[in-house]
Design a protein around this ligand. Structure first.
Ligand SMILES: [Fe+2]
Ligand SMILES: [Fe+2]
Length: 312
């Protein structure tokens, strides 16, 4: 990217790709059993492969410079779902063009890393990750991650961890918060456009108590001290706009609906946002383009009248 050219960053989230056809009864113990029932009762009708196919086609046409995927790629964290999701990621782009962070459904239960999340390692790893001779075997070697694309800094934060049935909370954790503080402090004065990617919404009031980010206050404090230029999240399955304090004012905190959602209501229909980020003599210019799934046309179309299209 030339230093004064616009960089286009597409944000998609929560595809909830599932493989329920070949499921074995032994895979449905504990929390997965309830998740399976929920899928059969409601979610299979809401999340559609046809919507994801339309999304893939649309992204191939709009050709963003980079794609940010903010978690819940799978539904029950089944090994088959991770294999299928790997193929889906490859259909979007190579690991240098697509950045992934996990969501709570990607750690629905405790799993064997090499059978599950290892399938995405190269889509999650930091540019300068020093993994030595040992294969990555957990999030602690990956997050927080920093990927630089020109002057755009993609900062990945992991909030995913297995939780009790009926809970969908997320936690950053002290270890990651300490590293994140160092990373945000180091990048604060480097004239970068820092995009913080996190699955659970960090602003208050976006999701219910059972779906909350347990240490949201700690992240809010870091943003208040070191700032960021944009925060992207998933998890809520709807369009959300909040703001959090930074040293210079506020940062926009934006969520998108599920990428596979047929849409119980037009508000919850699949959308993706593309941020066109252009450096200015002082600061940045941000233009947001919204594309929404049209069930009538089975394709994504521009939504110029979406309120978020009029962001600064
Ligand atoms: Fe989700
Ligand atoms: Fe989620």
């Amino acid at each position: 990217m030339a230093s004064d050219a616009a960089f286009s960053l597409a944000h998609i989230s929560d595809p909830h790709i599932s493989c329920m056809a070949d499921i074995r009864s032994g895979e449905l113990l504990g929390k997965r059993f309830f998740g399976y029932l929920k899928w059969r009762l409601h979610r299979s009708a809401r999340h559609r492969d046809s919507v994801l196919a339309a999304l893939q086609h649309d992204l191939a046409v709009t050709k963003p410079d980079h794609i940010a995927v903010t978690g819940d790629l799978t539904h029950l964290s089944l090994p088959a779902e991770f294999r299928q999701t790997r193929q889906w990621l490859e259909s979007l782009g190579t690991p240098d063009k697509v950045t992934v962070i996990p969501g709570n459904h990607d750690t629905y239960v405790k799993t064997v890393w090499q059978q599950t999340l290892a399938h995405w390692t190269d889509y999650m790893l930091a540019d300068d990750a020093d993994i030595g001779d040992n294969p990555v075997s957990g999030f602690e070697s990956i997050f927080p991650s920093l990927r630089l694309r020109g002057r755009i800094a993609l900062i990945g934060v992991c909030t995913a961890l297995p939780t009790a049935p009926h809970l969908a909370v997320g936690t950053i954790g002290d270890r990651q918060l300490q590293k994140l503080e160092t990373l945000l402090a180091r990048t604060a004065d480097q004239d970068l456009f820092r995009v913080l990617m996190i699955h659970h919404p960090p602003a208050p009031g976006t999701v219910s108590w059972r779906k909350r980010l347990t240490d949201a206050h700690a992240l809010q404090s870091l943003l208040a001290r070191y700032g960021a230029e944009l925060v992207l999240h998933g998890h809520s399955h709807k369009t959300d706009l909040s703001k959090l304090k930074t040293p210079d004012g506020h940062v926009a905190v934006i969520g998108v609906p599920s990428a596979s959602a047929q849409g119980r209501t037009p508000q919850r229909r699949a959308r993706y946002f593309t941020y066109h980020i252009t450096p200015r003599t002082s600061g940045w210019h941000l233009r947001l383009a919204v594309r929404v799934y049209s069930p009538d046309e089975n394709r994504f179309i521009a939504e110029p009248d979406h309120p978020f299209s009029r962001l600064p």
